[in-house]
Design a protein around this ligand. Sequence first.
Ligand code: SF4
Ligand code: SF4
Ligand code: FES
Length: 362
Amino acid sequence: MKDDGRGETPRTLTVTLDGQPVAAAPGETVLTVARRAGVDIPTLCHDDRLAPTGACRMCLVESSDSRRMVPACRHPVSDGLAVQTDTPDVQRHRRALLALYLADQPGAPTPGSDLERLARRYGVEPGVPAVEAPRAGRPDDANRFIAFRADRCILCARCTRYCDAVAGVAAITLANRGAHTTIATAGDAGLLDTSCELCGGCVDTCPAGALVERSAEAAIDAGAPLEVVRSTCNYCGVGCQIDLHVDRVANAVVRVTSPPPGTTTNDGNLCVKGRFAFGFIDHPDRLTAPLVRGADGALHATDWDTALGRAAELLTGVSARYGPDALGFVSSSRCTNEENYLVQKLARAGFGTNNVHQCAAT
Ligand code: SF4
Ligand code: SF4
Ligand code: FES
């Protein structure tokens, strides 16, 4: 272990995971230590960004300090602890738990959700008779962006914890009791009538497909293969990385998600524009050719050579007549660094003026 900066070396614990000794630090959970050691423990309610709650019981393991299985996501390690993550009893527990979660779903689990992936991995299919779970759900929500399917919710509270702890908004909460427990807003208002900022983080973290983007709902439920294309959001200069989910059959982007937390600058998060405002991609009003103003005063579509030739002619004309400082160059934080560099180079080296500005400078 490294020096902690105060000249003290933090204590190292030794934990045994499935018979293998591994080093751990005081305060770490069994799940953290296991993941670092490459031992896979399945989870549903866990999200690294959120304080663990131990709600779903998917991560139960056998631990030498307890007669009963313990949730790896919130069980702290101690020196000499011996943990078994994959015994027949643990496997039996995982299959039984998944069967109960599936019994609580209206049909097959949502394709592509964590719940569906785990059910496939453990070979669990709907079979346990459906339980009566009369979840009230919210009344019809008119918002165009997020669908909440109360009957698919496994009550892991990842969405509400994300909204509280990461978005800092607290627009949604767990409401009611027992079989009626559900996710709700204050006064059962529609999301657009709450403090919700439509960041979509609740959708992103939901492991059951109970919260989904309306734009992708049909494709997700049909299990349509969506091709994921990594790109950079162009709404501002932060450079958030985005994954465009493309339905190749419909030839359309149906949703936008963030790469996983800890992998890119946006750390698993997006704002409302980055996540939901992708309609411009195939909007009929989108410019697809450069426009040049004609003698009639109207803009006309043309090709790039013609447009660039006209711009060069007018810029050099103004410079020759009134001097280079009669020109001003304005760039945008929606352009790349390279494009912004080229604009200032065109102004300074090409025309000899320092009249160059970019919106991020103000
Ligand atoms: S979209 Fe964001 S702000 Fe709105 S409920 Fe979900 S997490 Fe909260
Ligand atoms: S909506 Fe999804 S994230 Fe929220 S509690 Fe239900 S299953 Fe969990
Ligand atoms: S992941 Fe540990 S209890 Fe849900």
